[in-house]
Design a protein around this ligand. Structure first.
Ligand code: PLP
Length: 403
Protein backbone atom coordinates (compact mmCIF):
# COMPACT_ATOMS: atom_id res chain seq x y z
CA UNK A 1 0.00 0.00 0.00
CA UNK A 2 1.27 3.47 -0.84
CA UNK A 3 1.60 5.99 1.95
CA UNK A 4 -1.28 8.00 0.50
CA UNK A 5 -3.48 4.94 0.58
CA UNK A 6 -2.57 4.23 4.17
CA UNK A 7 -3.45 7.80 5.06
CA UNK A 8 -6.71 7.43 3.23
CA UNK A 9 -7.52 4.28 5.15
CA UNK A 10 -6.62 5.91 8.45
CA UNK A 11 -8.91 8.74 7.55
CA UNK A 12 -11.76 6.48 6.61
CA UNK A 13 -13.78 6.18 9.81
CA UNK A 14 -14.15 9.78 10.93
CA UNK A 15 -14.84 10.96 7.41
CA UNK A 16 -17.38 8.27 6.73
CA UNK A 17 -19.11 9.21 9.97
CA UNK A 18 -19.31 12.86 9.06
CA UNK A 19 -20.63 12.27 5.61
CA UNK A 20 -23.91 10.88 6.81
CA UNK A 21 -26.30 9.32 4.36
CA UNK A 22 -24.70 10.34 1.10
CA UNK A 23 -24.15 6.90 -0.41
CA UNK A 24 -22.39 3.82 0.91
CA UNK A 25 -19.41 4.11 3.18
CA UNK A 26 -17.09 2.88 0.47
CA UNK A 27 -18.29 5.46 -2.02
CA UNK A 28 -18.07 8.17 0.58
CA UNK A 29 -14.49 7.27 1.35
CA UNK A 30 -13.53 7.20 -2.28
CA UNK A 31 -15.07 10.60 -2.75
CA UNK A 32 -13.51 12.03 0.38
CA UNK A 33 -10.52 14.30 0.07
CA UNK A 34 -7.24 12.98 1.42
CA UNK A 35 -6.69 14.36 4.86
CA UNK A 36 -3.17 13.98 6.17
CA UNK A 37 -3.34 12.86 9.74
CA UNK A 38 -0.41 13.24 12.06
CA UNK A 39 -0.74 10.83 14.95
CA UNK A 40 1.62 12.75 17.19
CA UNK A 41 -0.08 16.12 16.93
CA UNK A 42 -3.51 14.53 16.94
CA UNK A 43 -2.76 13.02 20.33
CA UNK A 44 -0.80 15.97 21.63
CA UNK A 45 2.43 14.01 21.86
CA UNK A 46 5.85 15.59 22.04
CA UNK A 47 8.22 14.17 19.44
CA UNK A 48 11.93 14.75 19.79
CA UNK A 49 15.34 14.36 18.26
CA UNK A 50 16.86 11.31 19.89
CA UNK A 51 20.47 11.96 20.86
CA UNK A 52 20.05 9.56 23.75
CA UNK A 53 19.68 6.00 22.46
CA UNK A 54 17.33 3.14 21.66
CA UNK A 55 15.59 3.09 25.02
CA UNK A 56 12.24 1.38 25.51
CA UNK A 57 10.89 4.47 27.29
CA UNK A 58 11.84 6.64 24.29
CA UNK A 59 9.98 4.24 21.97
CA UNK A 60 13.09 2.32 20.97
CA UNK A 61 14.56 2.80 17.52
CA UNK A 62 13.05 3.94 14.23
CA UNK A 63 12.53 1.04 11.87
CA UNK A 64 14.46 0.91 8.60
CA UNK A 65 12.48 1.19 5.37
CA UNK A 66 13.16 -2.50 4.69
CA UNK A 67 11.34 -3.42 7.87
CA UNK A 68 8.42 -1.12 7.10
CA UNK A 69 8.14 -2.53 3.58
CA UNK A 70 8.07 -6.05 5.02
CA UNK A 71 5.23 -5.08 7.36
CA UNK A 72 3.21 -3.64 4.50
CA UNK A 73 3.83 -6.65 2.23
CA UNK A 74 3.16 -9.22 4.94
CA UNK A 75 -0.09 -7.55 5.91
CA UNK A 76 -1.71 -8.35 2.58
CA UNK A 77 -2.16 -12.11 2.90
CA UNK A 78 -2.79 -14.87 5.37
CA UNK A 79 -0.44 -17.74 6.02
CA UNK A 80 0.13 -20.16 8.86
CA UNK A 81 2.08 -18.60 11.70
CA UNK A 82 3.97 -21.83 12.38
CA UNK A 83 5.16 -21.90 8.77
CA UNK A 84 6.46 -18.35 9.04
CA UNK A 85 8.43 -19.19 12.17
CA UNK A 86 9.77 -22.34 10.48
CA UNK A 87 10.92 -20.64 7.30
CA UNK A 88 12.15 -17.33 8.72
CA UNK A 89 13.63 -19.11 11.72
CA UNK A 90 15.68 -21.36 9.42
CA UNK A 91 17.08 -18.36 7.53
CA UNK A 92 17.90 -16.52 10.74
CA UNK A 93 19.58 -19.63 12.09
CA UNK A 94 21.84 -19.93 9.08
CA UNK A 95 22.85 -16.26 9.34
CA UNK A 96 23.60 -16.70 13.04
CA UNK A 97 25.53 -20.01 12.85
CA UNK A 98 22.77 -21.57 14.94
CA UNK A 99 20.88 -24.83 14.50
CA UNK A 100 17.54 -23.11 14.83
CA UNK A 101 15.92 -19.79 15.69
CA UNK A 102 12.61 -18.12 16.41
CA UNK A 103 11.38 -14.55 16.52
CA UNK A 104 10.15 -13.50 19.94
CA UNK A 105 8.42 -10.46 21.41
CA UNK A 106 11.70 -8.79 22.43
CA UNK A 107 14.81 -10.18 24.10
CA UNK A 108 12.95 -10.41 27.42
CA UNK A 109 10.52 -12.75 25.73
CA UNK A 110 13.44 -14.72 24.27
CA UNK A 111 14.78 -15.19 27.80
CA UNK A 112 11.40 -16.30 29.07
CA UNK A 113 10.51 -18.62 26.21
CA UNK A 114 14.00 -20.09 26.11
CA UNK A 115 13.79 -20.78 29.83
CA UNK A 116 10.33 -22.29 29.50
CA UNK A 117 11.60 -24.53 26.71
CA UNK A 118 14.48 -25.76 28.82
CA UNK A 119 11.98 -26.60 31.58
CA UNK A 120 9.31 -28.24 29.44
CA UNK A 121 11.39 -30.03 26.83
CA UNK A 122 8.99 -31.35 24.21
CA UNK A 123 6.35 -32.16 26.82
CA UNK A 124 3.20 -30.02 26.35
CA UNK A 125 1.87 -31.07 29.76
CA UNK A 126 4.97 -29.70 31.43
CA UNK A 127 4.64 -26.51 29.41
CA UNK A 128 1.13 -26.10 30.77
CA UNK A 129 2.43 -26.37 34.34
CA UNK A 130 4.99 -23.55 34.12
CA UNK A 131 5.41 -21.46 36.33
CA UNK A 132 4.06 -23.79 39.00
CA UNK A 133 7.01 -26.14 39.22
CA UNK A 134 6.46 -27.61 42.67
CA UNK A 135 5.59 -31.28 42.47
CA UNK A 136 5.76 -31.20 38.67
CA UNK A 137 9.05 -33.04 38.37
CA UNK A 138 10.46 -30.07 36.46
CA UNK A 139 13.94 -28.89 37.44
CA UNK A 140 13.70 -25.52 39.13
CA UNK A 141 17.11 -23.96 39.69
CA UNK A 142 19.06 -21.62 37.44
CA UNK A 143 22.63 -20.71 38.29
CA UNK A 144 24.18 -17.37 37.43
CA UNK A 145 26.97 -15.18 38.70
CA UNK A 146 26.05 -12.65 41.35
CA UNK A 147 27.25 -9.83 39.09
CA UNK A 148 24.92 -11.07 36.35
CA UNK A 149 21.78 -10.83 38.45
CA UNK A 150 20.32 -7.74 36.80
CA UNK A 151 16.65 -6.88 36.41
CA UNK A 152 16.28 -8.80 33.17
CA UNK A 153 16.83 -12.12 34.96
CA UNK A 154 13.26 -11.57 36.13
CA UNK A 155 12.29 -13.15 32.81
CA UNK A 156 13.63 -16.45 34.11
CA UNK A 157 11.90 -16.10 37.48
CA UNK A 158 8.62 -15.64 35.62
CA UNK A 159 8.92 -19.31 34.72
CA UNK A 160 8.93 -20.25 38.39
CA UNK A 161 12.62 -21.05 38.74
CA UNK A 162 14.81 -20.04 41.63
CA UNK A 163 17.97 -18.10 40.82
CA UNK A 164 21.09 -19.42 42.53
CA UNK A 165 23.93 -16.91 42.50
CA UNK A 166 27.60 -17.81 42.71
CA UNK A 167 30.86 -15.91 42.59
CA UNK A 168 33.70 -18.39 42.05
CA UNK A 169 34.09 -21.44 39.83
CA UNK A 170 34.30 -23.55 42.96
CA UNK A 171 30.98 -22.19 44.20
CA UNK A 172 29.53 -22.91 40.78
CA UNK A 173 30.65 -26.54 40.87
CA UNK A 174 29.15 -26.88 44.34
CA UNK A 175 25.87 -25.28 43.34
CA UNK A 176 25.23 -27.70 40.48
CA UNK A 177 22.88 -30.52 41.45
CA UNK A 178 20.20 -32.74 39.92
CA UNK A 179 17.70 -29.88 40.20
CA UNK A 180 19.81 -27.48 38.09
CA UNK A 181 17.86 -26.61 34.96
CA UNK A 182 20.16 -24.08 33.29
CA UNK A 183 23.26 -21.91 33.62
CA UNK A 184 22.66 -18.30 32.62
CA UNK A 185 25.20 -15.69 31.53
CA UNK A 186 24.75 -11.98 30.79
CA UNK A 187 27.29 -10.82 28.26
CA UNK A 188 27.46 -7.15 29.18
CA UNK A 189 28.20 -7.99 32.79
CA UNK A 190 31.01 -10.38 31.85
CA UNK A 191 33.82 -8.17 33.09
CA UNK A 192 32.15 -7.83 36.48
CA UNK A 193 32.04 -11.56 37.11
CA UNK A 194 34.96 -13.85 37.99
CA UNK A 195 33.96 -16.56 35.56
CA UNK A 196 34.33 -15.78 31.85
CA UNK A 197 32.41 -17.30 28.93
CA UNK A 198 34.78 -20.19 28.15
CA UNK A 199 35.06 -21.42 31.71
CA UNK A 200 31.30 -21.07 32.23
CA UNK A 201 30.69 -23.24 29.18
CA UNK A 202 33.32 -25.78 30.11
CA UNK A 203 31.75 -26.39 33.51
CA UNK A 204 28.25 -26.51 32.02
CA UNK A 205 29.30 -29.06 29.39
CA UNK A 206 31.02 -31.18 32.00
CA UNK A 207 27.74 -31.44 33.89
CA UNK A 208 25.56 -31.48 30.75
CA UNK A 209 23.62 -28.37 31.79
CA UNK A 210 22.04 -26.17 29.08
CA UNK A 211 23.41 -22.64 28.84
CA UNK A 212 21.81 -19.34 27.84
CA UNK A 213 23.42 -15.98 27.16
CA UNK A 214 21.65 -12.62 27.14
CA UNK A 215 23.33 -10.27 24.65
CA UNK A 216 20.20 -8.19 24.05
CA UNK A 217 21.90 -4.83 23.47
CA UNK A 218 25.42 -5.93 22.59
CA UNK A 219 25.40 -4.86 18.96
CA UNK A 220 27.53 -3.71 17.23
CA UNK A 221 29.72 -5.58 16.47
CA UNK A 222 27.58 -7.81 14.29
CA UNK A 223 29.93 -10.73 14.93
CA UNK A 224 28.33 -10.99 18.37
CA UNK A 225 25.30 -12.45 16.61
CA UNK A 226 27.20 -15.66 15.90
CA UNK A 227 30.14 -15.49 18.30
CA UNK A 228 28.25 -17.05 21.20
CA UNK A 229 26.91 -19.90 19.09
CA UNK A 230 30.44 -20.57 17.88
CA UNK A 231 31.59 -20.59 21.51
CA UNK A 232 29.00 -23.19 22.40
CA UNK A 233 26.13 -21.46 24.18
CA UNK A 234 22.93 -23.47 23.72
CA UNK A 235 20.61 -20.45 23.62
CA UNK A 236 21.34 -16.85 22.63
CA UNK A 237 18.94 -13.93 23.19
CA UNK A 238 19.09 -10.62 21.35
CA UNK A 239 16.78 -7.63 20.82
CA UNK A 240 15.46 -6.87 17.34
CA UNK A 241 14.46 -3.28 18.05
CA UNK A 242 17.71 -1.85 19.35
CA UNK A 243 20.71 -1.20 17.11
CA UNK A 244 19.30 -3.61 14.51
CA UNK A 245 16.23 -1.39 14.07
CA UNK A 246 13.65 -4.05 13.47
CA UNK A 247 10.30 -3.68 15.23
CA UNK A 248 10.83 -2.56 18.82
CA UNK A 249 8.64 -5.43 19.97
CA UNK A 250 10.85 -8.19 18.50
CA UNK A 251 13.81 -10.27 19.53
CA UNK A 252 15.54 -13.48 18.49
CA UNK A 253 16.01 -16.70 20.40
CA UNK A 254 18.53 -18.88 18.60
CA UNK A 255 20.36 -22.06 19.46
CA UNK A 256 19.96 -25.80 19.68
CA UNK A 257 17.24 -27.32 17.56
CA UNK A 258 15.52 -29.26 20.33
CA UNK A 259 15.56 -26.27 22.67
CA UNK A 260 14.06 -23.90 20.08
CA UNK A 261 11.35 -26.46 19.31
CA UNK A 262 10.68 -26.70 23.04
CA UNK A 263 10.56 -22.92 23.38
CA UNK A 264 7.97 -22.80 20.61
CA UNK A 265 5.84 -25.24 22.57
CA UNK A 266 5.59 -22.43 25.12
CA UNK A 267 4.71 -19.72 22.60
CA UNK A 268 1.83 -18.70 20.32
CA UNK A 269 0.00 -19.95 18.37
CA UNK A 270 -0.20 -22.55 21.13
CA UNK A 271 -2.14 -21.59 24.23
CA UNK A 272 -2.27 -22.92 27.77
CA UNK A 273 1.32 -21.88 28.24
CA UNK A 274 3.30 -19.05 29.72
CA UNK A 275 4.12 -17.43 26.41
CA UNK A 276 0.67 -17.01 24.91
CA UNK A 277 0.72 -13.32 25.71
CA UNK A 278 3.99 -12.79 23.84
CA UNK A 279 2.63 -12.91 20.34
CA UNK A 280 4.56 -11.83 17.27
CA UNK A 281 2.69 -12.00 14.00
CA UNK A 282 3.96 -12.42 10.45
CA UNK A 283 4.42 -8.69 9.91
CA UNK A 284 6.87 -8.34 12.78
CA UNK A 285 8.64 -11.60 11.97
CA UNK A 286 9.38 -10.57 8.40
CA UNK A 287 10.26 -7.04 9.43
CA UNK A 288 12.74 -8.32 11.98
CA UNK A 289 14.24 -10.62 9.37
CA UNK A 290 14.79 -7.82 6.87
CA UNK A 291 16.26 -5.58 9.56
CA UNK A 292 18.63 -8.39 10.52
CA UNK A 293 19.69 -8.98 6.94
CA UNK A 294 20.34 -5.28 6.44
CA UNK A 295 22.26 -5.07 9.68
CA UNK A 296 24.51 -7.96 8.69
CA UNK A 297 25.09 -6.55 5.19
CA UNK A 298 25.96 -3.06 6.42
CA UNK A 299 29.60 -2.03 6.27
CA UNK A 300 30.05 -1.58 9.97
CA UNK A 301 33.42 0.18 9.77
CA UNK A 302 31.88 2.82 7.57
CA UNK A 303 28.87 3.10 9.85
CA UNK A 304 31.11 3.41 12.89
CA UNK A 305 33.08 6.19 11.21
CA UNK A 306 29.82 7.98 10.43
CA UNK A 307 28.81 7.78 14.11
CA UNK A 308 32.20 9.13 15.15
CA UNK A 309 32.12 11.93 12.58
CA UNK A 310 28.78 13.00 13.95
CA UNK A 311 30.19 12.94 17.48
CA UNK A 312 33.03 15.18 16.28
CA UNK A 313 30.58 17.74 14.87
CA UNK A 314 28.78 17.95 18.21
CA UNK A 315 32.01 17.88 20.25
CA UNK A 316 33.52 20.72 18.23
CA UNK A 317 30.42 22.89 18.59
CA UNK A 318 30.19 22.31 22.35
CA UNK A 319 33.87 22.78 23.09
CA UNK A 320 33.97 26.02 21.11
CA UNK A 321 32.28 27.53 24.18
CA UNK A 322 34.80 28.64 26.80
CA UNK A 323 34.92 26.33 29.81
CA UNK A 324 33.26 23.35 28.07
CA UNK A 325 34.84 19.92 27.81
CA UNK A 326 33.59 17.33 25.31
CA UNK A 327 35.09 13.87 25.68
CA UNK A 328 34.28 10.52 24.11
CA UNK A 329 33.75 8.08 26.98
CA UNK A 330 35.15 4.52 27.03
CA UNK A 331 32.96 1.92 25.35
CA UNK A 332 30.93 -0.48 27.43
CA UNK A 333 29.91 -3.97 26.35
CA UNK A 334 26.26 -2.94 26.34
CA UNK A 335 25.02 -0.24 23.92
CA UNK A 336 28.50 -0.29 22.40
CA UNK A 337 28.46 2.97 20.48
CA UNK A 338 30.45 6.21 20.51
CA UNK A 339 29.17 8.35 23.37
CA UNK A 340 30.14 11.94 24.05
CA UNK A 341 30.23 13.43 27.52
CA UNK A 342 29.81 17.19 27.68
CA UNK A 343 30.69 18.94 30.95
CA UNK A 344 31.53 22.51 31.84
CA UNK A 345 33.34 24.66 34.34
CA UNK A 346 30.60 25.70 36.74
CA UNK A 347 32.32 28.97 37.60
CA UNK A 348 32.13 30.03 33.95
CA UNK A 349 28.79 28.52 32.98
CA UNK A 350 25.77 28.52 35.28
CA UNK A 351 23.72 25.67 33.98
CA UNK A 352 22.10 23.04 36.21
CA UNK A 353 19.70 21.41 33.84
CA UNK A 354 21.04 21.25 30.31
CA UNK A 355 19.22 17.96 29.63
CA UNK A 356 15.90 19.52 30.71
CA UNK A 357 16.50 22.67 28.67
CA UNK A 358 17.18 20.58 25.59
CA UNK A 359 14.07 18.54 26.21
CA UNK A 360 11.88 21.58 26.71
CA UNK A 361 13.32 23.58 23.82
CA UNK A 362 12.28 23.62 20.21
CA UNK A 363 12.99 21.22 18.62
CA UNK A 364 12.94 19.01 21.68
CA UNK A 365 16.12 16.94 22.07
CA UNK A 366 16.60 13.95 24.35
CA UNK A 367 20.08 13.29 25.75
CA UNK A 368 21.28 11.14 28.62
CA UNK A 369 22.20 12.60 31.97
CA UNK A 370 25.91 12.21 32.76
CA UNK A 371 27.81 12.47 36.03
CA UNK A 372 27.64 15.71 38.00
CA UNK A 373 25.02 17.46 35.88
CA UNK A 374 26.88 16.78 32.62
CA UNK A 375 25.19 15.20 29.60
CA UNK A 376 25.94 12.17 27.43
CA UNK A 377 25.10 12.23 23.74
CA UNK A 378 24.97 9.44 21.16
CA UNK A 379 24.47 9.78 17.43
CA UNK A 380 23.15 6.42 16.20
CA UNK A 381 19.48 7.36 16.52
CA UNK A 382 19.90 10.72 14.76
CA UNK A 383 18.78 11.40 11.24
CA UNK A 384 21.54 12.93 9.12
CA UNK A 385 20.07 16.42 9.19
CA UNK A 386 19.65 16.38 12.95
CA UNK A 387 23.35 16.29 13.79
CA UNK A 388 23.90 19.99 13.16
CA UNK A 389 20.71 20.89 14.99
CA UNK A 390 21.85 19.02 18.09
CA UNK A 391 25.31 20.59 17.88
CA UNK A 392 23.89 24.10 17.53
CA UNK A 393 21.29 23.75 20.29
CA UNK A 394 23.83 22.44 22.78
CA UNK A 395 26.20 25.26 21.88
CA UNK A 396 23.42 27.84 22.23
CA UNK A 397 22.32 26.57 25.64
CA UNK A 398 25.89 26.60 26.91
CA UNK A 399 26.57 30.05 25.49
CA UNK A 400 23.39 31.48 26.99
CA UNK A 401 24.46 30.29 30.44
CA UNK A 402 27.91 31.90 30.40
CA UNK A 403 28.37 34.23 33.37
C1 PLP B 1 17.14 -4.43 26.45
C2 PLP B 1 17.58 -5.62 27.21
C3 PLP B 1 16.74 -6.71 27.41
C4 PLP B 1 15.30 -6.69 26.98
O1 PLP B 1 15.21 -6.59 25.61
P1 PLP B 1 13.81 -6.25 24.87
O2 PLP B 1 14.13 -6.50 23.45
O3 PLP B 1 13.51 -4.83 25.20
O4 PLP B 1 12.81 -7.18 25.43
C5 PLP B 1 17.23 -7.81 28.06
N1 PLP B 1 18.50 -7.84 28.51
C6 PLP B 1 19.36 -6.81 28.34
C7 PLP B 1 20.75 -6.92 28.87
C8 PLP B 1 18.93 -5.66 27.69
O5 PLP B 1 19.76 -4.64 27.51
Amino acid sequence: MKRREILKTLTMLPLAGSIGNSGSIVQSVQAAPLLKRDVFSEFGLRTFINASGYFTSLSGSLMHEEALDAIRDASKHFCRLEDVQDKVGARIASLLHAESAMVTAGAFSALMLGMAGVLSGNDAKKASQIPFLEGSGIKSEVILQKAHNDGYAHALKNCGVKLITVTTAKELENAINENTAMMYFINYQATLGEIQHAEWLKIAKKHKIPTMIDMAADLPPKENLWKFHDMGFDLVCVSGGKFMRGPQSTGILSGKKDLIAAARLNAPPRGNNIGRGMKVNKEEIFALYFALERFINTDQDQEWKMLEDRITVIANAASSVKGVKAKVIPLLLINRIPTLNISWDKSLIKLDNLATNLREGNPSIEVMGGPDGSINVTTHMLKADEVKIVAQRIKDELTKAMV
